[in-house]
Design a protein around this ligand. Sequence first.
Ligand code: FES
Length: 197
Amino acid sequence: MDQEGVNNSRRRFLAWTTTGVGAIGAGFTAVPFLNYWNPSARAQAAGAPVEQDVSKLQAGQVINMEWRGKPIIVYRRSERHLASLAELEGQLRDPQSQVDQQPDYCRNQYRSISPEIGVLVAICTHLGCSPLYRPELGSVSADWPGGFFCPCHGSKFDVAGRVFKGVPAPTNLEVPPHWFPNENTLIVGEHQEGGAA
Ligand code: FES
């Protein structure tokens, strides 16, 4: 186990309590999460942008949010994750994000504004299950590089939410509109240039 894995084990919590956690059984390491951010009922009803403090988010941790009724996962990638992105391109169905699953400013290798901080809609593009964040090497299969695994039918995505070839999910995971007004704050549901999504 690498150092990241050791640290994660010490902070072990269940990241998801919804779909598939019981079904996948032993062999998976739970991922630590910081909190579940709950916007006000008024904000939810209006579909307003939601703000999140990301200053304490460490590599391998996740923050679960909700925007317009959709589960949003926010996570910090490690140096190893960042290095793996280019290496994986030959195994991916849409490595350059040609399919319109992200704002234009996220049509890059990371599929996000920040290389370190990823922001994704946590809904599998096959039939809508909740993919599980599995950042540790080998935690899904022997050659697993870290990423997202859907327990319903086995779809796999890398740490940028890019779908692997040969799985049921047809497209990359969706990236919601987002921006960072400062290095500690994330806003989901709004573009930097202004205006709600
Ligand atoms: S819903 Fe995710 S693989 Fe089918």
